[in-house]
Design a protein around this ligand. Structure first.
Ligand code: PEP
Ligand code: MG
Length: 590
């Protein structure tokens, strides 16, 4: 936090949904919920106390059912997140343990619940996996709503807010976020939460600015304070001066106008000044996000992360359920391509049937393809579902986290078995489906020439490639300064893969976040990467920048880039060479 003058305060958080909004703060309180007294319950009253807890759970659950019922059409797709919460109300770790604590320790229900949730938090404290964190958040949200009924605190009724305001909350559960009425709520900010939380995902679907993870915004901001939320930069300004207000009003108008223009123009193909046509595709997590890819002018889906269908439910989805979801996406997108990545899940992710919290280094553990190769009961139905859905459009299949050649061969073998089983059953599928691998480990980079023998395409997963190559945890704030996609080591690795792909005639994509950051585009173009996949909202700005670049120049430029020895050197070189183009085409800063 920095104090720029007596009144104006700047808070920095995590960007969850881009855009700027300016308005009055509306604190969504949870009075009484955080401060809980402990008292003992007599033996005679224990059953009553348990009944009281069960009644609170029932009320909270009923309230959630009403929210699901009332969820507006445009947010229906997120109802499954709320359905997951319904299941969590009776979760053993929460429900069972709280009743056990009341009984064994003879304490009041509030205290027991608080203790149980603290234990859950402590258990998961050292796990940095963002999915897992998301599941802990889910438990916290669910327990918070039970607590509200236990202590008799006013239940937050976001749907009833009748002023144009910006919500300020310690945390917003997906249930609360999905009640947001767009005509009332301009944006929201929270103390907790991160980019990959469900709340963040819903904010992006609603397309309202949101900054999360501000730590203590609820303590600093008071009701009716004027605040500016810059969701693009992850900044909140409290009590701005007249001058700051004017500056952000202008920035907001500029952003909205710019967004409208580039979104309109995003339907035009991304062709460089010297006539090279690039493919700009979208990454999706939920099948419903396919609409954003189309709206933002994407040339297809370069990464369909399939984990969500497994994470948001207590059991394994069936082949048929998966087939239905894939078919929807493929049909909507056809004839444009859809690259479906097989399950990139692992023991460190909170899937009820795959929970093994004993792994010391989950990022190096049983994840990605390693998990699927061991769990063919899970892998095969997914492969069959993808294959069956492949007849409805243009589908590619992609394996994540490949770290050795054996894995490619093994995965292909299982794919063949899945195809054979469909053949035997007389079920239709595309026999020439394209198959590729993610290049996201240093070993896959080094062995790319060998891997190329057995695949149709590579997709550079720079999120993990940066993590594993630089030995920097991608979600650890303390080492975030070292997480630099423009580190020369990464640029050289990408160059190696691009050269191998060209030499061996293998198609090359990039689907890590690096592909959606405007500042990287001249470099990627210079390295010969012409198929970029990114979060759908970045598509218009990336297309816009591509249209102002020249491949011949970029290829000359890359020679200079490869002489740089530090990431700051590379960034400076990009800015001195391409700064003007980047700013003119909508780049808003590093
Ligand atoms: C990557 O690692 O770059 C990638 C796209 O995969 P994920 O972010 O899902 O790990
Ligand atoms: Mg990855």
């Amino acid at each position: 936090m920095t104090n720029t003058n007596e009144m104006e305060l700047h808070l920095r958080g995590i960007t969850a949904s881009p855009g700027i909004c300016i308005g009055k703060a509306y604190l969504v309180g949870r009075e009484g919920v955080d401060v809980v007294d402990k008292y003992f319950i007599s033996e005679d009253n224990l059953q009553n106390e348990i009944k009281r807890f069960k009644a609170a759970v029932k009320n909270a659950k009923d309230n959630l059912s009403e929210i699901i019922e009332a969820t507006p059409e445009e947010l229906r797709e997120h109802a499954h997140i709320l359905e997951t919460h319904k299941v969590l109300y009776k979760d053993k770790m929460l429900y069972g343990k709280t009743i056990e604590t009341i009984t064994k320790e003879r304490v009041n229900a509030e205290w027991a619940l608080k203790k149980v949730v603290s234990n859950v938090k402590a258990m998961f404290r050292n796990m940095t996996d963002s999915y897992l964190q998301g599941r802990v958040d889910d438990i916290i949200h669910v327990s918070g709503s039970i607590m509200q009924y236990l202590v008799g605190a006013k239940v937050v009724d976001i749907a009833a807010i009748d002023k144009r305001v910006i919500l300020v909350a310690v945390d917003l559960s997906p249930a609360e976020t999905s009640q947001i009425q767009l005509e009332k709520i301009k944006g929201f900010i929270t103390d907790h939460g991160g980019k990959t939380s469900h709340t963040g995902i819903i904010a992006r679907s609603l397309e309202i600015p949101a900054v999360l993870g501000l730590d203590n915004a609820t303590r600093i901001i008071k009701n009716d304070d004027i605040i500016i939320v810059d969701g693009t930069a992850g900044i909140v300004i409290v009590n701005p001066t007249e001058q700051t207000l004017i500056q952000f009003e202008e920035q907001k108008a500029g952003y909205e106008e710019y967004k409208a223009v580039i979104t309109r123009e995003s339907y035009i193909p991304a062709e460089t000044l010297d006539g090279i046509r690039l493919q700009v595709l979208g990454n999706i997590e939920l099948p419903e996000e396919v609409v954003s890819v189309i709206d933002y002018g994407g040339d297809g889906i370069g990464l369909y992360r399939t984990e969500f269908q497994y994470l948001s439910r207590p059991d394994i989805p069936t082949e048929h359920e998966l087939f239905d979801k894939y078919k929807d996406v493929i049909e909507v997108m056809a004839p444009k391509p859809v690259t479906i990545r097989t399950l990139d899940i692992s023991a460190d992710k909170a899937v009820p049937y795959a929970t093994d919290s004993t792994e010391k280094n989950p990022a190096l553990g049983l994840r990605g393809i390693r998990y699927c190769l061991q769990r063919q009961d899970i892998f095969k139905p997914q492969l069959r579902a993808i294959l069956r859905a492949s007849v409805f459009g243009n589908v590619r299949i992609m394996f994540p986290m490949i770290s050795c050649y054996d894995e490619v061969l093994h995965a292909k073998r299982i794919l063949r078995e899945a195809a054979d089983s469909l053949d035997k059953e007389g079920l239709d599928f595309n026999k020439n489906i394209k198959m590729g691998i993610m290049i996201e480990t240093p070993s896959a980079v080094i062995m790319a020439d060998v891997m190329a023998r057995d695949v149709d395409f590579f997709s550079l997963g720079t999120n993990d490639l940066v993590q594993y190559s630089l030995a920097v945890d991608r979600v650890n704030k303390k080492v975030a300064h070292l997480y630099q996609p423009l580190n020369p080591a990464i640029i050289r690795m990408i160059k190696h893969v691009a050269d191998v792909a060209k030499d061996k005639g293998v198609d090359l994509f990039m689907c890590g976040e690096m592909a959606g950051d405007p500042v990287n585009i001249p470099i990627l173009l210079g390295l010969g990467i012409e198929k970029l996949s990114m979060n759908p909202q970045s598509i218009p700005v990336v297309k816009n920048i591509i249209k102002s670049l020249d491949v011949k120049n970029a290829r000359m430029f890359i020679k200079k880039v490869l002489k740089e020895t530090t990431d700051t050197g590379v960034t400076e070189l990009v800015m001195t060479t391409y700064g003007n183009i980047l700013f003119e085409t909508g780049y808003t800063g590093i």
